[in-house]
Ligand binder design. Structure first.
Ligand code: UDP
Length: 473
């Protein structure tokens, strides 16, 4: 009897688009299997989630107040992806830390059977322990990357990682402060009951699940790609933030293009390039001769800049010259809609893990340009290990995506990289074939009988057994 009673699960997301989007998508997976899911969030993030998650009677949101005034942030700024300077970034982090007591109060008053929380919230382990319930950690990286970080801790200042199933040499050395931070959070994550990742076994490779479980003694479940949950086109377009262009405008423009003929350029939600770098991208894409959609995030707080100062990053007359060839989106783009359009032929990406899995799910070859965080590891999975992309030649690894960079990726590198993927050479065709093959595998993984679908069934069964054992104890 007890076994049939639905589980009650709480999900706590971190306040950044790249963390919130996949964890909340995964939360909906549990509700579609008949379990009661509550996502704990803040008011402005709740507004975004209401528009982008499919509505389901078993999925609800619980909001805790975001302490905007206490930290000195304007109302409605409740997410790292909504700021673009270090000062505001620090304020969002401080406010996030202040959410712990109200979240704890809520959870303690109405304890669930399991808490699934972002790996950046280690305090949830103590809370779960106190309530004698399991805590699953959501880590937004691939398992390949988690394994690479665990093994690189043997010699953390070297870009060579020998002990993985596929030994790799990273294209840059990780910044020391980042390595230290990542090692600490991954160590802490081992205190959780287990790990859920937004990837699928075939992409990471079964060997990495074995490697992870053997080297850490910890359990990991692949439940992704989370982006493949069923939802309407409008919900897809509203994912993460409100887009600055309408989905219809993007689709109409792409409809006028040939299959596989457009390069999509986007560096995620946290990366702001200096003008000189943007200028190189403009020159490089123009020199490649290929059509493009280029997302350039708006630097917040710069709305009052004079028009002529604003666009210094574009060569004179660039938009007029490229009127029919390109579309520049200044701000948030409906990425899932764009990647899902047959006209897209390649993705120039920062290798953020969500963008990577979304490109894989859409069968789009990638031109890899890692910038910060764990992206240099993802690059190697895409290029050397799975052969579904090529490298643009980025060699500067910064802890975060804000701030000027010393080494520009030149227009020449960009032009060559784009042509390597788009010019229909034998190499490009082979990469495209492999990318399409992975898209097929991604879709199969989430269907009944697929690897992620089975993992979710097994995980739910496991959580029900844990609840049963707790009630008997
Ligand atoms: N995204 C989007 N529109 C944008 C920029 C990003 O929809 O203009 C989404 C993208 O689809 C992905 C997430 O934001 O789901 C970014 O996550 P990722 O891990 O790729 O990069 P991060 O922003 O964490 O660096």
């Amino acid at each position: 009897m007890e076994e049939r009673k639905p589980l009650k699960l709480y999900f706590i997301h971190f306040l950044a688009a790249g963390h919130m989007i996949p964890l909340c998508d995964m939360a909906t997976l549990f509700s579609t299997r008949g379990h009661h899911v509550t996502i704990i969030t803040t008011p402005s993030n709740a507004q975004i989630l209401r528009k982008s998650l499919p509505s389901h009677p078993l999925l609800r949101l619980h909001t805790v107040q975001f302490p905007s005034h206490e930290v000195g942030l304007p109302d409605g700024i409740e997410n790292i992806s909504a700021v673009s300077d270090l000062d505001s970034l620090g304020k969002v982090f401080s406010a996030t830390a202040m959410l712990q007591p109200p979240i704890e109060d809520f959870v303690e008053q109405q304890p669930p059977d399991c808490i699934v929380a972002d790996f950046l919230f280690p305090w949830v382990d103590d809370l779960a322990k106190k309530l004698r319930i399991p805590r699953l950690a959501f880590n937004g990286f691939s398992l390949f990357t988690i394994c690479a970080i665990h093994s690189s801790s043997e010699s953390s200042d070297s870009p060579i990682i020998q002990s993985l199933p596929h030994p790799i040499t990273l294209n840059a050395t990780p910044p020391k402060e980042l390595t230290k931070f990542l090692e600490t959070v991954l160590e802490t994550e081992l205190k959780s009951y287990g790990l859920i990742v937004n990837s699928f076994t075939e992409l990471d490779g079964e060997e990495y699940t074995r490697y992870y479980e053997k080297t850490t003694g910890h359990k990991a479940w692949h439940l992704g790609p989370a982006s493949l949950i069923g939802r309407t086109a409008q919900e897809k377009a509203e994912r993460g933030q409100k887009s600055v262009v309408s989905m219809h405008e993007c689709v109409a423009w792409l409809d006028s293009k040939r299959e596989n003929s457009v390069v999509y350029i986007c560096f995620g939600s946290l990366c702001y390039f200096q003008d000189k770098q943007l200028y190189e991208i403009a020159c490089g894409i123009q020199a490649s001769g290929h059509d493009f959609i280029w997302v350039v995030p708006e630097k917040k707080g710069k709305e009052h800049e004079k028009e002529e100062e604003k666009e210094k990053w574009l060569p004179k007359g660039f938009e007029e010259t490229n009127e029919d060839k390109g579309m520049i989106i200044r701000g948030w783009a409906p990425q899932m809609i764009i990647l899902g359009h047959p006209a897209i032929g390649a993705f120039l990406t920062h290798c953020g893990w969500n963008s990577t899995v979304e490109a894989v799910s859409a069968g789009i070859p990638m031109l890899t340009w890692p910038v910060h965080g764990e992206q240099f590891y993802n690059e190697k999975l895409i290029t050397e290990v799975r052969g579904i992309g090529v490298e643009v030649g980025a060699v500067e690894w910064t802890p975060i995506g804000i701030g000027d960079r010393l080494n520009l990726v030149t227009r020449d590198h960009i032009q060559k990289g784009v042509r390597r993927l788009m010019d229909a050479s034998d190499e490009a065709l082979e990469i495209r074939r492999r990318a399409k093959d992975f898209a097929q595998k991604a879709r199969q993984a989430v269907l009944e009988g697929g690897s992620s679908h089975n993992n979710l069934t097994a995980l739910i069964h496991h959580l029900i057994l844990l609840r049963h054992a707790r009630l008997l104890a």
